[in-house]
Ligand binder design. Structure first.
Ligand code: RIB
Ligand code: CA
Length: 317
């Protein structure tokens, strides 16, 4: 089986956990490493949560590195109302015996990309602070990145604000650096983010599974449903990993995109130019600020759901 080599960048986060579980367990993924960043919760908690998820996945020795402690310019703004005080549903999951890598996130990114014999796909599902710092610190290595498939942004409405999606809103300057990097980007944003979900009935099935990964996922989903009072609940960040290995399940379109880094009400918006060609020609986006980005607009929801369920619990689905 041809494997896809990926590096995850996370702010674990309940839905980041769904992505990490899947990436660590799916046979077509070679998970080279994980870098952690300030986002849903503080970066040390993100590291601790990510190590716990690797335990639940029964993963091998996958390097996990600590990254940025706050955005490039702004202050940290956590999402405890969604993910809980500990970022992982406040389930009191026992600490992992795994150790964080001695390298910083940007050093781990450099080493993994330089040493990989296969093309490397970066899959950031968090604020883009680490990726921006890496692009600035190691530009020669950055040229070797095959592509970036990120969870973030929106060609429609926001969630953190009416205009902006949380990951981009948390660090708009970092997002602008990444979007303008010249690396091919696929944007898995809010236009599809909420659609692949798991019901409370499916969560109960997972919780009763003999597989540790399924039990862990079932408990997380039940906590997520209880906190947000909604079922089915989105698999969130997992969708970006699925896009990276099964693009045939997703419908995309290329748009010129610019990140709003102003201090106005649209700060953090990923402005996608969806105008007809003749209008775009009249008043084009400035090329130094914008980038041509592959934006995910639709997906085969059931196939994507089953992809996750069958990976996390081989027995029950
Ligand atoms: O807007 C959704 C994103 O913000 C997801 O990555 C979620 O984990 C939070 O980081
Ligand atoms: Ca996330």
């Amino acid at each position: 089986m041809q494997k896809t080599s990926i590096i995850l960048d996370v702010d674990t986060g309940v839905d980041d956990a769904f992505a990490v579980l899947f990436a660590a367990m799916h046979p077509a993924i070679n998970l080279l490493g994980i870098t952690c960043v300030d986002g849903n919760t503080n970066v040390d908690q993100v590291v601790a949560n990510t190590l716990k998820v690797l335990d639940a996945a029964g993963a091998g020795d996958i390097p996990v590195a600590r990254g940025a402690v706050r955005p490039l310019l702004g202050k940290s703004q956590y999402a405890e109302y969604v993910h809980g005080a500990d970022g992982m549903g406040d389930l009191g999951i026992a600490p992992s015996a795994r150790k964080v890598d001695s390298r910083s996130a940007v050093e781990l990114l450099r080493d993994l990309i330089e040493s990989s014999k296969e093309p490397v796909t970066l899959v950031p599902v968090a604020p883009l602070t680490n990726i921006a710092l890496f692009l600035r610190a190691f530009p020669e290595t950055a040229k070797k990145i095959h592509r970036i498939v990120l969870m973030g942004g929106s060609a429609s409405a926001g969630n953190a604000t009416p205009a902006a999606e949380f990951n981009v809103w948390h660090d708009p300057e970092a997002a602008a650096i990444v979007f303008q990097s010249g690396v091919p980007i696929t944007m898995y944003g809010l236009d599809v983010f909420m659609r692949p979900g798991i019901t409370s009935q499916e969560a109960a099935l997972l919780r009763k599974s003999p597989e540790l990964s399924a039990q862990f996922a079932g408990k997380l989903i039940e906590a997520f449903i209880e906190r947000l009072h909604v079922s089915p609940i989105t698999l969130g960040d997992f969708g970006a990993v699925a896009t990276a290995i099964h693009p045939e399940l997703f419908t995309t379109e290329m748009f010129d995109v610019v990140v709003d880094t102003s201090s106005g009400p649209a700060r953090g918006q990923t402005i996608c130019d969806r105008r007809d060609a003749f209008l775009k020609d009249l008043e084009p986006l400035s090329l130094e600020d914008s980038a041509s980005v592959r934006v995910v607009l639709d997906l085969d929801v059931e196939a994507v759901r089953q992809l996750w369920l069958k990976t996390i619990d081989k027995g029950a689905f």
